[in-house]
Structure formats: C-alpha cells, structure tokens
Ligand binder design. Structure first.
Ligand SMILES: Nc1nc2c(ncn2[C@@H]2O[C@H](COP(=O)(O)OP(=O)(O)OP(=O)(O)O)[C@@H](O)[C@H]2O)c(=O)[nH]1
Length: 204
C-alpha cells in the first residue's frame, strides 16, 4: 500500500500560454522546461509532500487552455479539491478572461472547492496587470491570491505547499468525514466545511 495520509486533486485552469505546464513542472520536477507546445487535453503529475508531519500526495492536473479542449477539461473540475486559476501578468486578455473561467468553475466544480488566483510570469518587465488589481479581483471572488514566476521559481513551492497545508488542515478538522481505508479524502470534506468561513486571503 502506498504510504500517504491524504490524496488531494489540484487542477490548474486558465488561458493558453499563461504558464500552467511550467508551474506544474517547476513544482514537481524542479525545472523550467523548454517550450513543448500547448497541452493537449489534460496531463497529470504527482508529488508527495509533508504537512504537519503527515505525508500528503498531490495529484496535479494540468489542463489545456485552448478553447477546443474545453469539454474535456470541464470533466476534471468536479473531483478537484483545489483549483488554481492562472493568468499572465504581462498579458491583459488573460486577466480579462477570468470572469469566464469563474463561470466555468461555478458550473462544474464543487461549490466548496479551494480556489487560488495566480498571476504568473512576474519575472517579466512588461507587466500589464498591477498586483493590487489581481489581489482585488481575488478578494471580490473569494479566492486566495499569489503571484509567481515559474521561470525564476518564485513562489511556486509556496503556492502548492499552501494549498497542501490548507487542504490538510480542512481534512484534519473534518476527520469524521475522512475515509481512513483508502487514505483518500472524499469531496465531502470540502462540502462539510463551515459555510461561514472566508476563503479569501493572501498567502503570506
Ligand atoms: N517569462 C516567463 N515565461 C513563462 C513563465 N511560465 C511560462 N512561461 C512561458 O510561457 C509559455 C507558455 O507556457 P506553458 O506552461 O506551456 O503555458 P500553458 O498555460 O500550460 O499553456 P496551454 O498548455 O496552451 O494551456 C512558454 O513559452 C513558457 O516558457 C514564467 O514564469 N516567466
């Protein structure tokens, strides 16, 4: 039997080219890959981390940003424990599309899914979206917010580790819903969260 306490599914979404694949590769493999073309459909990578002394397995799903794959990627939303919505801080249209992505999330994801807004490519000097605009958008939509650079490995570890910590915390708090046989946390853990709890704050 595999040695881990919790398994969490984390799904990345956002426009084509914002850096979803690079964020996942940076975190799981510690590298910034040469451009390998757009993601086709959905890919996943796994990384086991340690949180509060427990082994936590993150199954990270990297979806294709291109419109033509939308029907495939939608089917991955429902089982997600966390959704990472990525835009590129140097490309305004990727930010302007966020409301469309949120509508998709609302339609297909678990209502209690942990949502994180990520402004990627902060190493670039041609920034178009100031940090506070991203942060305001996240706050208004009850999401966590963090800015990253997959290229420079800035905040990437922090992004995934904060998600792992938050989900582990929720799972431990909701222990009665924990399925101890498979070691997997069912999505009911997310549903059972106290509805009054605010999901909105900055990873700091
Ligand atoms: N400067 C900079 N470029 C980045 C960063 N992250 C990704 N890129 C570049 O952005 C381009 C797209 O990156 P991908 O990771 O393939 O983007 P994606 O969101 O997975 O795209 P799709 O698979 O089409 O949805 C590549 O040329 C990357 O090298 C970053 O943090 N900084």
């Amino acid at each position: 039997m595999e040695d881990y306490k919790f398994l969490f599914k984390v799904v990345l979404v956002g426009n084509a080219g914002v850096g979803k694949t690079c964020l996942v590769r940076r975190f799981t493999q510690g590298l910034f890959p040469p451009y390998q073309g757009a993601t086709i459909g959905v890919d996943f990578l796994i990384k086991t981390v340690e949180v509060e002394g427990e082994k936590v397995k993150l199954q990270i799903w990297d979806t294709a940003g291109q419109e033509r794959f939308r029907s495939i990627t939608q089917s991955y939303y429902r089982s997600a424990h966390a959704l990472i919505l990525v835009y590129d801080i140097s490309t305004q249209p990727t930010f302007d599309c966020l409301p469309d992505w949120l509508r998709e999330i609302e339609q297909y994801a678990n209502p209690r899914v942990l949502k994180v807004l990520v402004g990627n490519k902060i190493d670039r000097e041609d920034r178009e979206i100031p940090s506070h605009i991203g942060e305001d958008f996240a706050r208004a939509n009850e999401m966590y917010f963090i800015e990253t650079s997959a290229k420079e490995a800035d905040n990437v570890e922090k992004l995934f580790m904060e998600i792992a910590a938050q989900l582990t915390h929720e799972a431990l708090v909701s222990r009665s819903h924990y399925n101890g046989i498979s070691g997997e946390v069912s999505s009911s853990v997310i549903e059972s969260k106290d509805g009054s709890e605010s999901q909105c704050c900055k990873f700091s």
